[in-house]
Design a protein around this ligand. Structure first.
Ligand code: HEC
Length: 415
């Protein structure tokens, strides 16, 4: 059994500015002298202090929770995306039906099926069955990087800051501004979820977590871990995982690491997660039934989940803190730098009261009067307590997004 190496090193949030998003100049010829022999993949250390008994561990509660409203932009797409690259010369999305440029509509650039896409230099790298190409905003040209990969077909790409992770049917490559690192032991990588320093790689039969260190990549197989999906985490949280929907955090604690239930927003115990994404600038995103939760070193940001698509097949973060969601023939982008709208009585809380509470609490119903803004402000803690406990409305059923909105209203001074 492989032991855990990553857990000994807390993953600091990567500070390489996501704004440039230039992974590396894919057109440049790679200096063969800069190629690392790929040692390190066998340098497996660690004490293996894994506690699969997460139920016995304390819940990881966020330091701070903020709610952010985002305005979604939607495009119609016939196929599920395999990747989206935001570049200074435009945004492209790869699908089985070809490469599309996202303008007002999704415009076809080229109809050949795309295997993977990532931002690189001032354009995008596009992997297809017939080779590796570079899109410069206008045309697709063969990429010189293909030569450095010894002709191995590219299966997965992930850009994070100035780093590009490249999974092939041969070795794993990690391209930094300084070198092209080659990891022969990590063959056949089909998917990469990555920040600049850490990644979760999907191989044919298992997932492995890796972290770039001074002596190469530290590697840890996730086969014996109590999660079935994982992405790099931030701060003391080394990995975020999901097991049957329960969100877990693999936390570095003195001398080892342990899995703990992860509170998502104000939900006290292990919020239900559907999907995970690595945030390329550090941290991770969890998709829940009605929220998108960003888990960063400083706390969590909750974004209400858009109404469409209901079923999400593609879930990916961009370097600017935004999110891409694909499914049911649409691709949705939620920008990362949108203004945070304050939660107000008139826009948020009064409509929620009318929909869920007023029938009993309007002064004529069976419950005590709880109708005016002043009454809600006075009783806000009791309201939150009852709603969180599933006691109000009788039978429960208030979603996380509404609970987050209530909490944000209280935190914002109840305007
Ligand atoms: C089907 C009727 C019904 C609905 C709907 C309902 N409540 Fe109630 N609620 C009651 C009744 C009856 C009581 C009094 C009995 C009790 O305290 O449990 C009550 C009590 C409360 C109390 C305690 C008030 C106090 O002064 O002790 C709070 C707070 C509360 N409800 C909040 C809510 C909120 C918030 C909603 C909407 C999300 C809601 N309720 C929806 C019936 C309802």
């Amino acid at each position: 059994m492989r032991t855990w190496a990553i857990g000994l090193l807390a993953l600091a949030a990567c500070d390489s500015g996501g704004e440039s998003a230039a992974a590396a100049d894919a057109r440049a010829t790679v200096d063969a002298g800069a190629v690392d022999g790929g040692r390190g993949a066998d340098a497996r250390v660690g004490d293996g202090a894994v506690s699969p008994d997460a139920a016995a561990s304390p819940v990881v509660v966020p330091a701070a929770v903020t709610l952010a409203e985002r305005t979604a932009t939607t495009w119609a797409l016939t196929d599920t995306p395999v990747g989206v690259a935001m570049t200074p010369v435009g945004t492209v999305v790869g699908t089985a039906g070809g490469l599309f440029r996202l303008a007002e509509d999704a415009e076809l650039v080229d109809g050949t099926a795309v295997v993977a896409v990532a931002a690189a230099a001032d354009g995008a790298l596009v992997a297809r069955a017939d080779g590796l190409f570079y899109w410069d905003g206008l045309t697709l040209v063969p990429s010189a990087l293909a030569d450095a990969l010894d002709g191995h077909p590219v299966r997965a790409l992930a850009a994070a800051g100035e780093v590009l992770w490249i999974g092939t049917d041969g070795p794993l490559y990690r391209l930094t501004p300084a070198a092209l690192e080659v990891y022969g032991d990590l063959a056949g990588v089909q998917a990469v979820a990555a920040s600049a320093e850490a990644a979760v790689l999907t191989q044919a039969t298992e997932q492995v977590a890796v972290r770039a260190g001074a002596s190469g990549l530290e590697v840890h197989g996730l086969g014996s871990e109590p999660v079935n999906a994982a992405a790099p985490g931030a701060g003391d949280v080394v990995l975020v995982g999901l097991e049957q929907g329960a969100a877990r955090a693999r936390v570095a604690v003195a001398g080892g690491a342990t899995w703990r239930p992860l509170a998502l927003g104000q939900t006290p115990v292990g919020g239900q997660g559907e999907a995970l994404a690595a945030d390329p600038s550090g941290g991770s995103w969890v998709l829940t039934t009605d929220l998108l939760v960003h888990i960063g070193a400083a706390g969590q940001t909750l974004v209400p989940r858009p109404e469409t698509p209901e079923t999400i097949d593609y879930f990916s973060a961009d370097a600017r803190g935004g999110l891409w969601l694909g499914g049911e023939g649409v691709l949705v982008h939620l920008p990362g730098d949108g203004p945070v709208r304050p939660v107000t009585w008139a826009d948020d809380i009064a409509p929620f009261r009318d929909a869920r509470c007023a029938i009993c609490h309007d002064g004529q119903g069976v419950g005590p009067a709880l109708q005016s803004q002043a009454e809600w402000a006075r009783d806000v803690d009791e309201i939150l307590r009852r709603v969180l406990a599933g006691q109000m409305p009788p039978g429960g059923g208030v979603g996380q997004a509404d609970i987050a909105r209530l909490q944000a209203w209280k935190d914002g001074g109840m305007p």
